[in-house]
Every structure is written in C-alpha cells, then in structure tokens.
Design a protein around this ligand. Sequence first.
Ligand code: PXP
Length: 236
Amino acid sequence: MLLGVNIDHVATLRNARGGAEPSVTEAAKVAEANGATSITTHLREDRRHIKDEDVYALPKIMKTRLNLEMAMAEDIQRIALEVKPYSICLVPEKRQEVTTEGGLDVAGQLERVTEFIKPLLDAGIIVSLFIDPDENQVKASAKTGAQFIEMHTGTYSEAYGSENEEKEFLNLKNSAKLAQSLGLKVNAGHGLNYENVKRMHEIPGLVELNIGHSIISRAVFTGLGSAVKEMNDLIK
Ligand code: PXP
C-alpha cells in the first residue's frame, strides 16, 4: 500500500497567524523525502486552509503526485484544469462542517457527477470519488467513468475498538471487493491513525491510503519526517 499525506493542516497552522510559516511546500518536500507517494490538499470553497497559490506552487516543487480534493464547484474545476494535478478526488462539502462529513452521494446525482468529471478526465487527470463503503454508491461510481474510488474510513475509524468495529470493517472490505470486480481501483482515507490503520492490510488490493490529521498531530511532537516515516512503515 502507498501513503498519500494530506498537508491541509500545515496550512491551518500557517493561516492561524496569516504569515508564511509553516510552509506547505516545505511540508510536501519533507513528506516526500520520508516515503509519501503522493501529497493531498483540499481546496475548500471557503479556502480555510489551502489557498489557490498553494495549489499552483506545489507541482513546481513536488517529485511525486499531487492529489487535489475538491467539491463539485466550477471555479475549483477551472483551477484543476489549469494546474492539472495527477489526480483529483471529488468530495462533498458543506461550509459549516469541521472536516468532510460522509461520502459523496454519487448514486443520487449520477448524471451530475458524470458530467462534472468529464472535462477533468478528458484533460488526462485521474478521477477518484470519495464515497461511503456502500453497495449502491460503489455501483454508481463504476458508471461515471472515474478510475478510482476512495472509501470513507471515518465510520470504521470511529467504531475502532468498539462492538461496531467488525461491521464497519466488513463494509470496507466488501465494498473494496465489489469495486475491484467492477474495474475500479480503490483508495481509502479519513480518520485513519497509527492504530486503526493496521487493519487496512486485511483488505486486498488497496492502492493508497490518504492520511492527514493523525500524521500532522504526531508531527507536533516528533517532527513531520519521523511522523510520515512511522506511518509509512506501518502500511508498506
Ligand atoms: N481523504 C479525504 C477525501 C478527506 O477529505 C480527508 C480529510 O481532508 C482525508 C482523506 C484525510 O483525513 P484525515 O485528516 O482524518 O486523515
């Protein structure tokens, strides 16, 4: 399994003082040097952490792949078409939420999702859909033309260590299997940490895990390089 590191919260910290520190580009370099195979940033509609200029700056200094998380917003689609990241991951977005809550409802808006991602696919950008591990969402995703899904691991992560863990884990495992049988490649992320990530090895064929908050939190104590390396050692 590969490790995608989400560096949004480096920008959260930077924006707390409105200056240039800590540097998002520097964070990407350190993450790459310590085993990250891609760097993820979410350009939110309210620009609360990553800013437009970060998205333009990152590909200039990066050695690995840029994965841009984005909602179905036309102005952000325009930026994606200009920057041409390696991949985008389509996420739902509510302004009030603290972080992405729940997966994208692909089944309920199949036509809209298919139309929205078409220009991105035509531009050669890999498209991933962030969905809950749910049969209907997986089946709908396979009809859109997207090459990947990213399974939302938030519910599993919250259930970890409780009586619901097994049920939530099985949802992930079964959804991954279904998606793969329909020709989709499967990533996973959200809420993964140094403990609950270990079970991801039990899901055959997962390509990449996208992890942010737990790595940046550990980095406060250990430094970013060591936090990324430790996570990479757990998943590779
Ligand atoms: N994947 C997606 C689609 C996300 O929206 C996020 C959060 O921005 C993550 C992964 C990373 O989640 P976390 O910060 O909880 O590791």
